[in-house]
Design a protein around this ligand. Structure first.
Ligand SMILES: CC(C)(COP(=O)(O)OP(=O)(O)OC[C@H]1O[C@@H](n2cnc3c(N)ncnc32)[C@H](O)[C@@H]1OP(=O)(O)O)[C@@H](O)C(=O)NCCC(=O)NCCS
Length: 206
């Protein structure tokens, strides 16, 4: 299936493999045929290879560390509160995904011989059939290098493959990066409704 910048190939050992190239900032993306559950990998133009896989409960220390080292602004934009320590309830919610209700994948690099989670994306089905709420996060150390764009496109394609056609997101009005990403995803969104400091964005994609 050719989707412009994306080519999606199903392989026996993984849900989906994405091959994606972005001319400027990403030099190369190769699919990784997974013996485990890798979805894709991405070579940053000026940095490490980022490998993407579904999140798992054992990621708790890596996710906790990513949150602990994030800036106040990043936490505020993602959680609407500059939390630095997540509650066990929220952690469980972030790490335990019922695949019939949504998906969450993380981007992992190898740093000093250890795994580090540097970004993540999730969608959660809403009550309206075919609708889901989406959210993505890129750690401050890796922002503005094309990862957010990559994550959003991958998330949308994954959700579309799961039957999602309507994407919703709450985005703070100060969150220029996410607003730009959503605008680029769909320049004429069906609905952008502002309530105070937050836009509720609805994007329908057939
Ligand atoms: C929003 C976020 C995901 C963007 O990720 P990113 O990796 O920096 O995004 P990209 O590098 O792909 O940039 C996408 C575009 O947005 C622009 N952009 C990114 N951050 C920006 C910022 N703070 N101000 C203005 N523009 C910004 C980039 O310049 C780029 O534009 P271009 O394609 O025209 O060059 C990231 O900043 C983040 O995780 N923020 C905190 C969590 C959050 O807000 N999540 C969204 C909750 S719904």
């Amino acid at each position: 299936m050719d989707l412009g910048q994306f080519r999606i190939v199903s392989v026996p050992c993984a849900d989906v493999v994405y091959i994606y190239s972005m001319e400027d900032r990403v030099t190369k993306t190769e699919h990784l045929v997974a013996a485990e559950d890798w979805i894709s990998e991405l070579q940053l133009a000026d940095g490490p290879v980022v490998r993407f896989r579904h999140v798992r409960p054992e990621d708790e220390p890596l996710v906790t560390e990513a949150i602990r080292t994030s800036s106040r602004e990043t936490l505020l934009h993602r959680f609407f509160s500059p939390i630095r320590k997540v509650s066990p309830d929220l952690l469980r919610k972030l790490l335990t995904i019922d695949r019939s209700q949504g998906a969450c994948f993380v981007g992992v690099i190898s740093e000093n011989g250890k795994e580090r989670i540097i970004c993540g994306a999730r969608y959660v089905r809403l009550e309206k059939p075919g609708s889901a709420e989406i959210a993505i996060t890129v750690h401050d150390d890796f922002q503005r290098r094309g990862l957010g764009s990559y994550l959003l496109k991958m998330l949308v394609e994954l959700a579309r493959a799961d039957g999602i056609r309507c994407f919703e997101a709450d985005v703070m009005t100060s969150n220029s990066g996410m607003l730009k990403l959503l605008h680029k995803l769909h320049p004429t969104p069906s609905g952008w409704h502002r309530a105070g400091d937050v836009y509720h964005v609805t994007i329908k994609m057939d």
